[in-house]
Design a protein around this ligand. Structure first.
Ligand code: AMP
Ligand code: DBH
Length: 546
């Protein structure tokens, strides 16, 4: 049994193979073909060689096989930045089991949404996450997903099997299972989304492997690369741009950091002679603030990759000055297309653009308001198709009909302009999403949760400017009755109680009598963004005068 997804048309698949982009090899080759004696991952005081990674993932795969997991099955995985994330990923790859790798910041709402879409047979989670301190949440999920039978915990557990125990008690590496076919779904990426339910992105071995290989070429990764994984390890950026998988492809070493915190990372950079790091803009801003007064030597650092949200030109210019390394900007998306500034680009291009597509078969169309292709410098929506850009979200026919056109282009909702050399600069967004310093929030998801509150009549979530995060979120609330007594604090508590990820809880609440509407009767978010912008401006002026 294989997992259903929207395939690339045969003529495109043929082209991608002829060009050598799709090689029909499984992602497992990333570690199985690596120089086995090299160190693959450093995590705290532990070092795992490629041989360790291969043998542990093989033993774990044997255990999974014993449970009856097989090709076409799915798994829900939620792990922090630890080496076991990769052990688990490649164990599942050996059997052709496709995981959704939830972010560690995800909570009940997100995990439930993923589980109900993929109906996993197994949950693999960490004892560090409060949801898995006991078996209660697992049982809730089992009631929703009839396939769910197993749980494996990384760490200690009184209610589920643990990885430690599995590895201690199994030495067999005898596997009869094989990976899924290279042109089938290897795993699911997460979409930042703009809809009520978070969408899943089916990625095949062929398309993902290509994006990883091509990325390592562009970023000059080699066996001597020491890569700092400071962003959430499951995210597409630190996984594949070139990320940990790029490092594995060339036999280099991934240094895990529990967080992007500057001081934690600086220590790791010095200790492990890190050469490349990847950050979102707010984390970069904190590094730039902390670096001058930190004693750790950052001299090994050669490349700082920044992406996920718009980087201001002024921060960009500080990178070589303060960190003493080169900057690379990346505009990527879990749906596929990744743009990079190149290492030999001139400084102006690097600080003012978010790069250009990674390969010649990435087709980019920028569509202006009139629905026509924009000319150089003109703003329009970025639409794309190519050898590693999906043709459809998982089981989402209605949404797919909206964001994929008849020619298979994915309409990203990003407003960009292109210069005469094909480099893209992001200027805005035409999707109902807040980009909170790289963490995406689908407005509709939070609005729906707010509407479940018995005192709320209408809600609208919009972005508001923030000097540190770029954007934060503001929820406009129309109460059912004027004398409602709702406070920001109680609404925050309410949302947390429902079990939504913390980063999605609105940074600010504004209570209003009615929502301004557009001519077609939808909440006028342009007007609401303007309301909050003015209120913030007023507060900051008052602060200055006091
Ligand atoms: P996701 O769908 O969660 O993978 O998020 C991808 C989206 O993040 C893109 O469509 C952009 O909106 C945004 N994004 C990623 N990188 C950048 C960047 N360098 N500058 C501005 N926005 C970015
Ligand atoms: O934001 C993203 O999704 C992103 C950013 C940089 C991404 O998916 C990527 C690089 O691959």
């Amino acid at each position: 049994m294989s997992i259903a997804f929207t395939p690339w048309p045969e003529s495109f698949a043929k082209k991608y193979r002829e060009k050598g982009y799709w090689t029909d090899r499984p992602l497992l080759d990333l570690i199985d073909n690596a120089p086995q004696e090299n160190v693959a991952v450093i995590c705290g005081e532990r070092s795992l060689s490629y041989q360790d990674l291969c043998s542990q993932s093989r033993r774990l795969a044997v255990y999974f096989q014993g449970l009856g997991l097989r090709t076409g099955d799915t798994a829900l995985v939620q792990l922090p930045n630890i080496a076991e994330f990769y052990v688990v990923f490649f164990a599942l790859m050996r059997l052709g089991v496709a995981p959704v790798n939830a972010l560690f910041s995800h909570n009940k709402i997100e995990l439930t949404a993923y589980a109900s879409q993929i109906e996993p047979k197994i949950i693999i989670a960490s004892d560090e996450h409060v949801l898995f301190h006991d078996g209660a949440f697992f049982n809730t999920l089992r009631a929703l997903s009839k396939e769910l039978q197993h749980a494996l915990i990384i760490g200690k557990s009184e209610w589920a099997e643990t990885l430690e125990n599995v590895l201690a008690s199994s030495t067999s590496t005898l596997l009869t299972a094989v990976p899924s076919k290279a042109d089938e779904v290897a795993f699911f990426q997460l979409s930042g989304g703009s809809t009520g339910t978070p969408k899943l992105i089916p990625r095949t071995h062929n398309d993902y492997f290509f994006s990883v290989r091509r990325s390592t070429e562009i970023c000059h990764f080699t066996a001597t690369t020491q890569y700092l994984c400071a962003l959430p390890c499951a995210h597409n950026f630190p996984l594949s741009s070139p990320g940990a998988f790029g490092v594995f492809h060339v036999g280099g070493c991934v240094v895990m950091s529990p967080s992007p915190d500057a001081n934690t990372c600086f220590e790791l950079i010095e200790r492990h002679q890190v050469t490349v790091a990847a950050l979102v803009p707010p984390a970069l801003a904190l590094w730039l603030q902390a670096a001058p007064s930190n004693n750790a030597s950052l001299s090994s650092l050669q490349l700082m990759q920044v992406g996920g949200a718009k980087l201001s030109e002024s921060l960009a210019r500080q990178v070589p000055e303060i960190l003493g390394c080169q900057l690379q900007q990346i505009l990527g998306m879990a749906e596929g297309l990744v743009n990079y500034t190149r290492l030999d680009d001139d400084l102006e291009t690097i600080v003012t653009t978010q790069g250009r597509p990674m390969c010649s078969l990435d087709e980019v169309r920028i569509i202006n308001e009139a629905g026509e292709e924009a000319s150089v410098g003109e703003v329009g929506e970025l639409a794309t198709r190519g050898p590693y850009t999906i043709r459809g979200y998982y089981k989402s026919p209605e949404h797919n009909a909206k964001v994929f056109d008849e020619e298979g282009f994915y309409h990203s909702g990003d407003l960009v302009c292109r210069n005469d050399k094909g480099y893209l600069t992001v200027v805005g967004r035409d999707k109902d999403q807040i980009n909170r310093g790289g963490e995406k929030i689908a407005a509709e998801e939070i609005e729906n949760l707010l509407l479940r509150h018995e005192q709320i009549m209408h809600s609208a979530l919009v972005s508001m400017p923030d000097s540190m995060m770029g954007e934060k979120s503001c929820a406009f609330i129309v109460p059912k009755i004027a004398s409602h007594g709702m406070k920001s604090l109680s609404l925050r508590k309410y949302l947390r109680g429902l079990g939504v990820a913390d980063y999605k809880v609105p940074d600010r609440f504004e209570f209003i009598d009615s929502l301004p509407l557009t001519p077609v009767g939808k909440p006028n978010k342009v007007a609401l963004r303007e309301v909050i912008r003015q209120r913030l401006q007023l507060t900051s002026q008052l602060d200055k005068t006091l």
